[in-house]
Write a protein that binds this ligand. Structure first.
Ligand code: GCW
Length: 680
């Protein structure tokens, strides 16, 4: 049967150097691309490591066999028929099964499964070729694992080429021109696929006039990117402007209920699919921070999202509609309005009204990607809607890729967050629209500016594939893949990287905004401390520090009532200053400086202690890194880049410590119990 559909066979050397691998060509064009990719990966491995690649048949003992269940390598491979019989039809579009017999056998129902199976083997290294093991099935928890670029086509006068981009220029555009290098985009797609990513939105959710034309006369640029990414199983999505019928088209309105508007979008979608047959869909930021949306026409967000879904549905596309909707012209004097409540207020009442090809994309926290936030209550409030959870790999609020901050840790905590009824963030995202990350990549030689920030991209992809993974184990995988498998469990640079990175998110939290209060950053660029920078503005991000205390009262009893948006037990726990977890205390409560935390220390002493401890941690990180000699895959250039960034992290952490400590000492007048200098 496999001969009849044109099976090609690929041989790969295993550790013995004698091995063979088989990849079966799929009947469909897209699938064939992916099989070619697997074959090319194996061919490259053979060129580097030796061994044999033969796509005409397993003519001897094999170390590795990769094949589609429907095609198979034929009779020559021991155990194959048992494997295929057991797993065929159960693996889905991207899953695979692996077992070790005389050879390592990888079986998939569809070509993307072969690719993910190959990356799995590479991750496992020698372990995939050791003692025999039984059949293990791997299927992604999240069907769509999307990276959202905030790249602009033009250089935006304030935000630059990439909004909140800390990794150099855009991989796609430079100052208005399409400058994507096919080889580099292919390499990027390979990197993403190796992390488990299968979708990319190419442009910023803030869609400016030039970028709006990517939907129409510049669609060829998106099609080119799609063509370079397709062989790695990645589908391309596009951020669009809700006002496009008016601004790009010739209509006088963008009212989602107007038949001419609906027809305009249907035609636009048809043209997009003519250029990109496997186009993923639209990403939309509407009625948010100045972007146009359905509110302008007296319509709600279900009207807006459904209209776009109807345009895409005939072609198989989806709409990612962001729930990041709030009033950014709030009166700071008005204590009744609470930005944290906004997404729930706008979206929870619409539950059940969205088409099933609409994915409501919710930021993981209720405010805006702060270092520490509670989980967004929207995630538990819309059981009749497909939700995606959005995290920010680009480190806008976590050190801007100048600071080491390994985000696998908080993302894993968020995904594991559960509530009454047995649901978790991971289960909601898995049943709905998956996990989305704002990209942290760019034209930088290390992809991510800070070389160690690559681990965040990797952790994102791995946790989207399997949210139950231990983030430290994921980090360990990344270290092995990046710096070489030769290093044993205690060998360098592994030990040093764990010492620097494992606890780096908590370290960042220690020296920045305390106890979940958030947003003590410089307005505009958001780097470095400015305690009152946003305090008297319209942005809705306040800490309310005065001489007596600090924090936002979001209780039902005396505050904004935000705690009431949570299901049990969290509604009760967050309401109580005694039960609320310390790290979120100031997010939910305004307390006196002398309030005693569950840890036993007072709020004011905690602020001082954590800021001293955070800086000491960063100073130790730098010492450890300096003691690590460059060598092997740890190139001199990489070593130097990390060293330079750690110098800046130490400088910045000290600045944070000194401003936060001086600020709260001046407000409270409470000296440090340990008599350290707080204010010069
Ligand atoms: O955190 C804020 C950023 C904006 C961003 C916005 C969003 C793309 O400061 O730069 O705009 O979030 O997520 O839409």
């Amino acid at each position: 049967a496999w001969r009849a559909i044109g099976t090609r066979r690929v041989f790969l050397p295993g550790p013995s150097g004698a091995g063979a691998a088989v990849a079966a060509e799929a009947a469909g064009a897209a699938g064939a691309d992916l099989v070619e990719t697997v074959a090319a990966e194996i061919a490259a491995a053979v060129r580097t490591h030796g061994g044999r690649l033969d796509r005409t048949g397993p003519a001897g003992p094999a170390d590795l066999v990769l094949a589609l269940a429907a095609a198979g390598p034929g009779d020559g491979v021991a155990g194959w028929d048992d494997l295929r019989t057991e797993v065929a039809g159960t693996l889905g579009a991207e899953g695979f099964a692996i077992t070790r017999r005389a050879a390592t056998l990888v079986c998939a129902d569809a070509p993307a499964g072969l690719l993910h199976g190959l990356f799995h083997v590479l991750r496992a290294g020698d372990a995939a070729f050791g003692a025999p093991f039984g059949v293990r099935r791997h299927r992604p928890a999240m069907r769509r694992r999307m990276v959202d670029h905030w790249d602009n086509v033009d250089v935006h006068p304030v935000m630059g080429q990439v909004e909140r981009g800390y990794a150099g220029g855009s991989l796609f555009w430079t100052a208005g021109a399409f400058t994507a290098d096919p080889a580099r985009i292919r390499a990027y797609a390979r990197l993403l696929a190796a992390c488990g990513v299968n979708a990319v939105a190419v442009n910023n959710v803030n869609v400016h006039p030039t970028e709006a034309r990517l939907l129409t006369d510049r669609i060829g640029e998106v099609a080119a990117i799609a063509g370079w990414m397709r062989p790695y199983g990645i589908r391309v999505h596009l951020s669009v402007s809700f006002a496009a019928p008016r601004t790009v088209g010739a209509l006088h309105t963008a009212d989602p209920c107007d038949p001419a508007v609906r027809a305009w979008w249907a035609a636009a979608a048809r043209d997009v699919y003519a250029a990109i047959p496997d186009f993923g869909g639209f990403v939309v930021k509407a009625d948010s921070e100045g972007q146009p949306g359905p509110f302008g026409y007296g319509r709600d967000h279900a009207d807006g999202a459904n209209m776009l879904a109807d345009a895409l549905a005939p072609h198989g596309g989806v709409v990612h509609w962001r729930a990041f909707v709030y009033n950014h012209h709030q009166d700071w004097r008005d204590r009744g309005t609470d930005r944290a409540k906004a997404a729930h207020q706008h979206f929870a009442p619409l539950d059940g009204r969205f088409r099933d090809t609409v994915i409501v994309q919710v930021k993981h926290g209720p405010v805006d990607f702060q270092t520490r936030e509670p989980v967004s209550p929207v995630i538990a409030a819309m059981p009749g809607t497909r939700l995606a959870v959005e995290v920010q790999a680009t480190q806008e609020y976590t050190g801007q890729q100048r600071h080491v901050c390994y985000l696998g840790t908080p993302w894993s905590e968020t995904l594991g967050f559960g509530w009454a009824g047995g649901q978790t963030v991971a289960s909601v995202a898995a049943a709905g629209g998956g996990l989305v990350a704002v990209a942290n990549t760019g034209a930088d030689a290390f992809w991510t500016g800070h070389p160690l920030a690559q681990a965040n991209l990797y952790a994102y992809g791995r946790l989207a594939w399997d949210p139950a993974l231990d983030p430290c184990a994921v980090l360990d995988e990344w270290i092995t893949l990046t710096f070489g498998a030769a290093a044993g469990p205690d060998a360098e640079p592994r030990r040093t990287l764990h010492a620097i990175m494992d606890d780096s998110w908590r370290g960042y939290e220690r020296y920045t905004a305390p106890l979940g209060v958030g947003f003590m950053v410089r307005p505009g660029h958001h780097y470095g401390p400015d305690v009152d920078g946003y305090e008297y503005t319209g942005w809705g991000t306040y800490h309310f520090a005065d001489r007596d205390g600090v924090g936002v009262d979001r209780t039902r009893a005396t505050g904004t009532g935000f705690t009431g948006q949570y299901p049990q037990p969290w509604s009760r726990i967050y309401e109580s200053p005694d039960e609320c977890p310390d790290e979120l205390l100031l997010f939910f409560h305004h307390v006196p400086y002398g309030h005693v935390l569950r840890s036993g220390t007072t709020v004011i002493q905690h602020i001082y202690d954590s800021h001293f401890a955070g800086v000491e941690q960063v100073e130790r990180m730098r010492e450890r890194w300096r003691a690590l000699p460059p060598g092997g895959l740890l190139s001199a250039a990489l070593h130097a880049r990390v060293s330079e960034r750690l110098d800046e992290q130490v400088r910045s952490a000290r600045e944070w410590r000194d401003q936060i400590n001086a600020y709260f000492f001046r407000k409270s007048g409470v000296p440090d119990a340990d008599r350290r200098a707080l204010d010069g």
